[in-house]
Design a protein around this ligand. Structure first.
Ligand SMILES: *Cc1c(COP(=O)(O)O)cnc(C)c1O
Length: 392
């Protein structure tokens, strides 16, 4: 085999963490300033401002200093109290996982669960809210990455807001790669991070928090304080005049600063368009070569990740091993319930370029062919090129 497991691959086309932009890597190499140096305090305030602009928020976002699982767990711990009735919407592994956190803080958990290749229907949410007026918090994962499917969070958000409940959104793998912002879906807590579509390494959480979510957290005596899980401790940390509750991740802030400059500089609409085009080319190629998409319909297929159903009789892990060993290309596996059933190709940040769809199709098709399934790989490439060239 050409590529050893002990040397870096040629292309990392994963569903996160993703390859970082070269400019971000250079940003990570900036001087590590003392956190109370006025230059760093000013940088921190500036980065929060850039994040606010990127997230199109009317309030300041919060940065937590751990990858976005920290933000999700902190949101559950801070907002949910034993008196809350939580409706958790489940269309995949991350949605399901949030329910386990929710259950830690309130015994009252209701779920709507759909098969993991489908999306939540807003009508079902409307019905559940009507049947259970006592629901106070709704949780939803926008892009359930292990399935590569998108939930209609803007429609869900307007229902939740009309009901008067709080909405917690996991937008970790969609924000920055498609049109989604906390206030578009009336989220009270909107959790994302730099390590997916912003093309930076894992290490931080970006969180949009509504005024009423701040009030609810501050009124919750059980919300973590003096803890790594605390959100309330960070409320004023954005200001250069306020202390940090503990040392922020200085190098990660340097990287995020560059990632936000790249996103805002290229223009969000242009960034979303190249994510969408890459995914469309990928989907066209997958079906044209004789493979199937995992998502039940094109309409719910993610623009930031394509999940390809594993052909019958083929071992999914062997597909990724062959792609890695033959071509030096890394893909993601499924997770939990989708593990072994699909292979994921990420189109996130620097890999959201149409030419990467061509490379991904070549490596995926070549690997599956090598494992004995007859595929029209060339036809897949041509279909992808047709999509790309039609956009030119
Ligand atoms: C990546 C991701 C997270 C962050 O969690 P990790 O599994 O630790 O990377 C959270 N939610 C979603 C939907 C994600 O894709």
């Amino acid at each position: 085999m050409r590529y050893s497991d002990h040397a870096n691959p040629v292309l990392t086309l994963t569903a996160g963490p993703v390859d970082a932009y070269p400019d971000v890597l250079r940003g990570l190499g900036r001087t590590v300033l003392y956190d109370y140096d006025p230059t760093f305090q000013l940088l921190y305030e500036t980065v929060v401002g850039k994040a606010q602009k990127a997230m199109r928020l009317s309030t300041r976002p919060v940065i937590l200093h751990g990858e976005p699982v920290l933000g999700l767990e902190a949101a559950a711990a801070s907002l949910i109290t034993p008196g809350d009735v939580v409706l958790n919407l489940v269309s995949g592994v991350y949605g399901k996982g949030f329910g386990y956190w929710a259950k830690r803080y309130s015994p009252h958990l209701i779920e709507i669960e759909v098969p993991y290749n489908e999306a939540i229907d807003p009508q079902a949410v409307a019905g559940m809210l009507k049947a259970h007026p006592e629901i106070t918090i709704v949780c939803v994962c926008h892009h359930d990455t292990p399935s590569g499917t998108i939930n209609p969070i803007d429609a869900i958000g307007s229902l939740v807001s009309a009901h008067g409940a709080y909405l917690i959104v996991d937008a970790v793998s969609s924000f920055g790669g498609m049109k989604t912002h906390p206030e578009d879906c009336s989220a009270d807590m909107y959790v994302t991070g730099p390590n997916k579509c912003l093309g930076a390494p894992p290490g931080l959480t970006l969180m949009g928090v509504s005024d009423r979510a701040w009030a609810k957290m501050k009124a919750n005596d059980e919300a973590p304080r003096a803890s790594m899980l605390s959100i309330v401790d960070w409320e004023h940390a954005w200001s250069r005049d306020e202390p940090f509750p503990f040392t922020p991740s200085v190098a990660e802030i340097n990287g995020l600063d560059v990632a936000l400059d790249l996103y805002l500089g290229e223009g969000p609409e242009a960034v979303w368009a190249r994510h969408a085009l890459t995914a469309r080319a990928m989907r066209a190629g997958v079906t044209a070569m004789g493979l199937s998409l995992w998502a039940a319909s094109d309409a719910i297929a993610s623009p930031t990740t394509t999940a390809v159903r594993t052909p019958d009789g083929i071992d999914e892990a062997a597909i990724r091993q062959a792609a890695r060993a033959r071509y030096g290309v890394v893909f993601s596996a499924g997770r939990g319930e989708t593990l072994g059933k699909l292979t994921r190709i990420g189109h996130m940040g620097p890999t959201a370029q149409p030419i990467h769809a061509v490379a991904a199709l070549t490596a995926l098709g070549g690997a599956i062919k090598a494992l004995g399934k007859d595929l029209a790989v060339g036809r897949g490439i041509e279909a992808a090129l047709a999509v790309i060239d039609a956009d030119a």
